[in-house]
Design a protein around this ligand. Structure first.
Ligand code: GLY
Ligand code: MN
Length: 461
């Protein structure tokens, strides 16, 4: 639950940024998407711009702003059929109290739009209103459409994204709750995983614990990969069994109040990390902790990424997997053969939250930079993930062009022996503070000794 004061302050700050002397803004939250053959709907995700500004997450509603008239939330009132099949829906007075907004029945959106006929309207949020206006109770959208100003819509949307970067206390409280539920789930996985269990069974145990600890849903599809499956960055759990001697990678986060957590832990199926697993795990952990240690206001996220890339290159060179000077290896993108994604991203109402790149900065097409989802100087109140990883990805490492390009820089025979290794990723959610970092997911074990203690216990049962 967000404080109505925080929501009001957020709206006032955005209205100041928008600085609109005329025109109006309409921010539909989105319509529920039917599941064929069920008379039911997919799990509803309100558009983050709508939720950020209203605090509401209900389907089929729209927030509107007019500089002269202020904010108003148009919300559906359940008819008799909906009340029979779905329930009474949200009470408009309760909605007004929880959001701090003026709330009107959705049926009044039509006249709000008609009063602005001929004026400029910015359309943010979910643009499904342009395809299904009747579902928002609007007839004759086409007559209003020419007045939707694409340029103004883009500017206002960009400014909402900028505003969303700095989390207020309501948002931080929800993100702490989400991280707490994620902690419970990851701890359960560390305690329950055993040889013979499937990735899917582990997912079920993990998610059940999320839900028992306040999660309303998972923030994204849980990723559970054991053995070579751990090298697929967004792997969906299967019936593959956990095997002793392998590592399991779990990237899963709980969502609370619409806010995401995003946490990855990697651990051995047996009681201990063995051989190269141990070396690579310690390397990824050192890289992650060094990056978190460098977080403070003003630090460029891209520099954190490049620093992590250089530490990975240096560690892989120490292990004899790469050859050459770490800075040169990063310059040539050699590290990206093993660390092909960015160091992380902004986190909030979306797992890959809006506002990750400063205006005017476009993502690079360089192999070692193209998946970097954040490129901006950090500021207090931003929440970012820090998630370095090292993977043995067949698609990259058996590609003849890359093998030729990096012939001198990689010990390819060694790599060939590790093609079934899978991957290691360690990910935490970090709130930037005035002086450094507050790791929201920091209570989830990740040191080798803490993980091995939990795994020894699990293996002794
Ligand atoms: N947790 C999935 C991702 O960050 O892409
Ligand atoms: Mn992530």
């Amino acid at each position: 639950m967000q404080s109505p004061d925080d929501l009001r302050n957020r709206r006032e700050a955005v209205a100041r940024l928008w600085d609109m002397s005329r025109g109006a803004a309409l921010i539909p939250g989105g319509l529920p998407v039917p599941v064929a053959g069920t008379d039911q709907y997919h799990d509803f995700h309100a558009h983050p711009e709508f939720t950020y500004l209203s605090g509401a997450r209900l389907a089929g509603s729209a927030l509107a702003f007019d500089p002269g008239d202020g904010w108003v939330l148009f919300a559906p009132v359940a008819g008799i059929e909906e009340r029979v099949w779905v329930g009474d829906g949200e009470d408009l007075e309760a909605l007004a109290a929880s959001t701090g907004l003026r709330v009107r029945p959705l049926a009044e959106l039509q006249s709000w739009l008609e009063r602005r006929r001929g004026e400029t309207v910015a359309l943010l949020g979910n643009d499904d209103i342009t395809h299904h206006p009747a579902a928002y109770g609007v007839e004759g959208w086409t007559a209003l459409e020419p007045d939707v100003d694409a340029e103004l819509s883009a500017r206002l949307s960009e400014q909402v994204s900028e505003s969303r970067r700095t989390k207020d206390s309501s948002e931080i409280a929800l993100m702490r709750s989400a991280a707490g539920a994620s902690r419970a789930g990851h701890l359960a996985a560390l305690r329950l995983a055993r040889t013979g269990m499937s990735e899917r069974q582990l997912q079920i145990e993990l998610e059940a614990e999320f839900f028992r600890n306040g999660a309303e849903r998972t923030a994204y599809g849980s990723i559970v990969g054991t053995g070579s499956n751990g090298a697929v960055l967004h792997f969906s759990p299967t019936s593959r069994a956990l095997r002793d001697g392998e590592v399991v990678l779990i990237d899963a986060g709980a969502e609370v109040g619409g806010y995401a957590s995003d946490v990855t832990r990697t651990f051995p199926v047996g009681p201990r990390f063995e051989g190269i697993q141990r070396d690579l795990y310690q390397l990824v952990l050192d890289v992650q902790q060094a990056a978190i240690g460098e977080i403070r206001p003003g630090v460029e996220y891209k520099d954190l990424h490049l620093g992590a890339a250089e530490r990975i290159a240096s560690g892989l060179a120490d292990l004899g997997i790469l050859r050459g000077n770490p800075a040169d290896l990063v310059e040539r993108d050699v590290h990206a053969l093993f660390f092909p994604h960015g160091l992380g991203h902004m986190l909030g109402l979306a797992t890959h939250d809006a506002g990750g790149c400063l205006k005017g900065r476009t993502p690079s097409d360089r192999f070692g930079l193209k998946w970097l989802r954040a490129d901006l100087p950090l500021q207090p109140g931003y929440v970012v993930t820090i998630e370095p990883g090292i993977y043995f990805i067949r698609a990259l490492l058996t590609d003849s062009g890359r093998r030729e390009q990096y012939r001198d820089a990689v010990d390819w025979e060694r790599v060939d022996r590790l093609l079934d290794f899978g991957g290691i990723r360690i990910e935490d959610d970090v709130l930037v503070t005035a002086t450094g970092a507050d790791v929201l997911s920091g209570a989830i074990p990740k040191s080798i000794s803490d993980i091995e203690a939990l795994r020894a216990e699990a293996n002794s049962r």
